[in-house]
Design a protein around this ligand. Structure first.
Ligand code: HEM
Length: 502
């Protein structure tokens, strides 16, 4: 007879281990238990199902209002998750101790195929060195020179819409597809002096980004989250993994081509223009310490970062603005009146000063990025044990920052916090509410968005061209939800009635 004792002992030990790891420790012994937060809804999934079923960061609003600026909820297998909305905690994580709060390995692994190992995923001294070298490319002086390019692409899109509407008064247009191509064409030109022409021709890069940024269904989202625990899930032949692999192959190929061609020009002394890559290569060559210079591989990775970070976010932001304006015709009319007065010519090319002097346009842009920030969340982890807001946070704890939770807290923004209301920005009292920690569409501190000036100006110029020349209205029964697909994507893609006014 087989002695069953060792098997019983083994099974009992495994059960005890998992019970301790997933139930006893997280519920009774983890120092994170001291942080207030909601009770888990599910014995296995913690609070995860509620989070997946809702729009990003929305359940967190009620939690933050009830439990305060540092909240603990539970992820898969009841793992404690922390999210912070408190200004002092944000200052600590994003500014004063920023390099002690890197992005977690799982987050980096997920974003790498899309962004490459560029500045967005760099940490510590590597990040400091890259940021210092890149700052000049994103300066105001340089962004000012980009304005005509933003306008040129905006007018190409406008003319395509006029053509699509044809002899009709109005037409239903899938605006996200156009915007995504328009902002890709912009980053091609201002980033690398390269004509993708994706608005006017078929482009494999545009298709690759559509593959990646199309929101996933709930099952795929759950599988992606589970791959943080079981990395093998990343290799499963599910649609999202296949899509990501194929898209990142194309992005890698295009980035390689762009960097090789520009470096070849540099070697021949033919480098000209003020695109981001050219400035970066010049800056690189002028860096006195050779070890501080970027390698060809690093440059290629920055291109991947500029491509993805620089076009997806801006197109999503403009898309949400048009969507909100289609639901708020009065607001749309106020904006159009301001634009018609400033730009009587339908084919206007604004100057930097003109576009930035338009008060209501500025309100609409700010309000869009408040209600639906194109990047709605990010994650950090603790590099070492630390104390935040009086709570002990052990090394390796994931810390979530939900921009759209912070932007919608009634305790900060008032009872209409979730309403799109651009006129709120005209209220002089708002300056005391809006700080670097309560309004953070571009984050804050040394890891804030390096492209924010570029993005805001591109957003304003494109929106001005579209609202000046078209009226946007909702299609009856067509509702859009916001879904996290790295950025805050509309799901399904936004379709609107577009009526020409010229
Ligand atoms: C409305 C448009 C945009 C929004 C809302 C936005 C938002 C953000 C946010 C929130 C971050 C921090 C991400 C994190 O650390 O987890 C970020 C970083 C970054 N963004 Fe943007 N972004 C926008 C447009 C752009 C554009 C046009 C570029 C230009 C290429 C750009 C380039 C970058 C880069 C390179 C970083 C990494 C900065 C660093 O880590 O030092 N972004 N952006």
């Amino acid at each position: 007879m087989i002695d069953s004792f060792p098997i019983i002992l083994l099974v009992t030990s495994i059960i005890c281990y998992f019970t301790y790891k997933y139930y006893i420790y997280p519920f009774y012994f983890s120092p994170l238990c001291k942080i207030p937060g909601p009770s888990p809804d599910h014995f296995l999934f913690g609070n995860l199902m509620q989070i997946i079923k809702s729009d990003v960061g929305i359940p967190h609003i009620a939690w933050a209002e009830k439990y305060g600026g540092i909240v603990m909820y539970r992820g898969l297998f009841n793992k404690p998750r922390i999210f912070i909305t408190d200004s002092k905690a944000l200052l600590h994580v994003m500014v004063s101790s920023v390099y002690d709060y890197p992005k977690p390995p799982g987050f980096i692994r997920d974003l790498k195929p899309l962004l490459g190992s560029g500045i967005l995923l760099a940490e510590g001294d590597t990040h400091k060195r890259q940021r210092k070298m890149m700052n000049p490319a994103f300066s105001f002086t340089n962004v000012k020179e980009m304005i005509p390019t933003f306008a040129k692409v905006g007018h190409i899109m406008k003319d395509l819409w006029i053509k699509e509407i044809g002899d009709n008064e109005k037409s239903q247009i899938d605006i996200m597809t156009y915007l995504s191509k328009a902002t890709l064409d912009v980053i091609g030109l201002v980033g690398f002096n390269y004509e993708f022409n994706s608005l006017t021709s078929k482009n494999e890069l545009a298709e690759a980004y559509t593959m990646i940024f199309t929101p996933q269904n709930r099952r795929s989202t759950l599988l992606r989250i589970m791959s943080n625990y079981i990395p093998f899930f990343n290799k499963l032949p599910i649609e999202f993994n296949i899509r990501t692999r194929e898209a990142s192959r194309i992005i890698d190929q295009v980035s390689n081509k762009l960097v090789t061609e520009t470096l070849d020009k540099a070697k021949l002394g033919e480098l000209e223009g003020n695109d981001l890559l050219t400035i970066l290569i010049r800056q690189n060559e002028q860096t006195a310490i050779k070890e501080d210079r970027m390698t060809e591989h690093e440059l290629k990775n920055q291109i991947m970062t500029f491509l993805a970070a620089g076009h997806e976010t801006t197109s999503v932001a403009i898309g949400w603005a048009l969507y909100f304006l289609s639901k708020n015709i009065e607001v749309q009319n106020t904006l159009r009146n301001e634009l018609l007065e400033a730009f009587p010519d339908k084919d206007f090319i604004p100057t930097f000063d003109q576009i930035n002097s338009l008060e209501f346009l500025n309100c609409v842009v700010k309000e869009t990025l408040r209600v639906n920030p194109a990047v709605p969340m990010t994650i950090r982890t603790t590099k070492k044990d630390d104390v935040i807001g009086g709570y002990m946070i052990p090394r390796g704890t994931p810390i979530f920052l939900f921009m759209n939770t912070i932007h919608r807290l009634p305790s900060i923004w008032g009872s209409d916090a979730s309403t799109f209301k651009p006129s709120r920005w005209l209220d002089p009292n708002l300056t005391s509410i809006q700080t670097n920690y309560t309004y953070i569409p571009f984050l804050t501190g040394p890891r804030s968005c390096i492209g924010n000036k570029l993005a805001l100006n591109e957003f304003k110029v494109m929106l001005a061209i579209l609202i000046r020349n078209f009226k946007f209205t909702e299609i009856d029964g067509f509702e859009v939800k916001s879904k996290l697909a790295i950025s805050l994507r509309p799901d399904p893609t936004i379709k609107l009635w577009v009526e020409k006014l010229i």
